[in-house]
Design a protein. Structure first.
Length: 375
């Protein structure tokens, strides 16, 4: 039985070149980058070259890149320090953000009694930017936190427009770009974004490493304490092999971006054509023009199929999801879909199907055949 992996919004296959890079560093460049001897200096050099490489791809400066263990840690750090140290009194976000943002904001609201406002979400999953502008009419120290690409529906936020709105209202702008870094071009000289985060395993790099972009002179303070690593912002010995792997993965992602985007867009179009042919009453959850490697579909199956659909597909060797992997063990419906679907549609089976350049048309054919067997 051929196994089919269509859950690339959850995590991705590590590129062979990235694995080779990491193995070499683990075997040969094992020094602590904080050590002053040659082993440490060599590790430090790899670390800083990786930082420069990452910064180059998003048009930032190396000093604005801070390494972390994952996007969740980076989101927690930025949001918490914005409230605690930058004295942000209000956060504007949406109810379709990743829980790494939503739960952090809820905790900060309890601890610091900050004001939290949720911008309206349109029926197609888009953020209502007119409502955002209305919310910003209130004058107080504010941070706007809105994700670039929604991890469940693939709905895309207009980063440029939101950054302009935030600049016009003199507020801070934080964006979770975990689903888009490495898969779309982001120029931080053109965009007035103060903070963004990324996670290597979303762009064919290793798990357990990510980075934050923090615009210089932001005033953020560390989340925890212990050492002077990462300019004192993120203590702890850096995982040099993982950071170098992340830099290599990002380098390959951007080197092949245009070619892979065209290829993956073709796979998505083929899937939608096959769904239209076999399940003509299916619906797309979110915007038809969503991000090119993610599609979330509501299938015309009875409610009793909802609980077992992932198990059924898994038994046929097919990996997809119903939403964020971080809450896949939950029996509760997706908080993202709850914002855009009716109560009745929310009970029906929806699938998130997400692609990479490692997928092919046969993968989609096998998925369609498996779904047909559930009719």
């Amino acid at each position: 039985m051929k196994k089919v992996y269509l859950d690339n919004a959850s995590t991705t296959t590590i590129r062979t070149e990235v694995i080779q890079e990491m193995v070499t560093i683990m075997a040969q460049d094992y020094g602590n980058p904080s050590s002053t001897h040659s082993f440490g200096r060599n590790a430090k050099s790899i670390l800083e070259l990786s930082r420069k490489s990452i910064a180059k791809h998003i048009n930032a400066t190396a000093q604005e890149i801070i390494f972390a263990s994952c996007g969740t840690e980076a989101n927690n750090w930025i949001l918490r320090s914005a409230v605690k140290d930058l004295k942000v009194q209000r956060i504007i976000t949406s109810k379709i953000e990743h829980h790494a943002v939503l739960y952090t904001i809820m905790a900060l609201q309890q601890e610091y009694n900050i004001q939290v406002d949720y911008v309206a979400v349109k029926p197609n999953g888009e953020i209502d930017l007119t409502n955002l502008t209305d919310l910003l009419a209130q004058d107080c120290k504010t941070l706007v936190s809105l994700m670039h690409v929604n991890n469940e529906t693939g709905t895309v936020l207009d980063l440029k427009r939101v950054s302009v709105i935030c600049r016009e209202h003199n507020v801070l702008f934080h964006s979770d770009t975990v689903q888009s870094i490495g898969k779309s071009k982001i120029d931080l000289q053109e965009l007035s974004i103060d903070f963004l985060v990324a996670s290597a395993h979303k762009f064919h790099g290793p798990k357990g490493v990510g980075f934050a972009f923090v615009r210089k002179n932001s005033g953020l303070q560390p989340l925890f304490f212990g050492g002077e690593q990462e300019k004192g912002q993120r203590p702890g010995t850096e995982a040099v092999h993982q950071i170098a792997g992340m830099a290599k993965a990002l380098e390959f992602s951007y080197a092949n971006l245009d070619e892979e985007k065209i290829y993956i867009s073709g796979l998505k179009a083929y899937l939608l054509d096959q769904l239209e042919l076999e399940f003509p009453s299916f619906k797309i959850n979110g915007n038809l023009d969503g991000f090119y490697n993610i599609v979330n579909v509501l299938l015309p199956f009875s409610e009793d199929k909802t609980a077992m659909i992932l198990f059924h597909l898994d038994m046929k060797g097919i990996a997809v999801s119903r939403g964020s992997a971080c809450q896949s063990g939950s029996i509760r419906p997706s908080h993202v879909l709850a914002e855009i679907l009716s109560v009745e549609d929310l009970k029906k089976p929806s699938l998130r199907i997400s692609f990479s350049h490692y997928n092919n048309l046969e993968d989609i054919d096998l998925l369609i055949e498996a779904l047909k067997s559930m009719k």
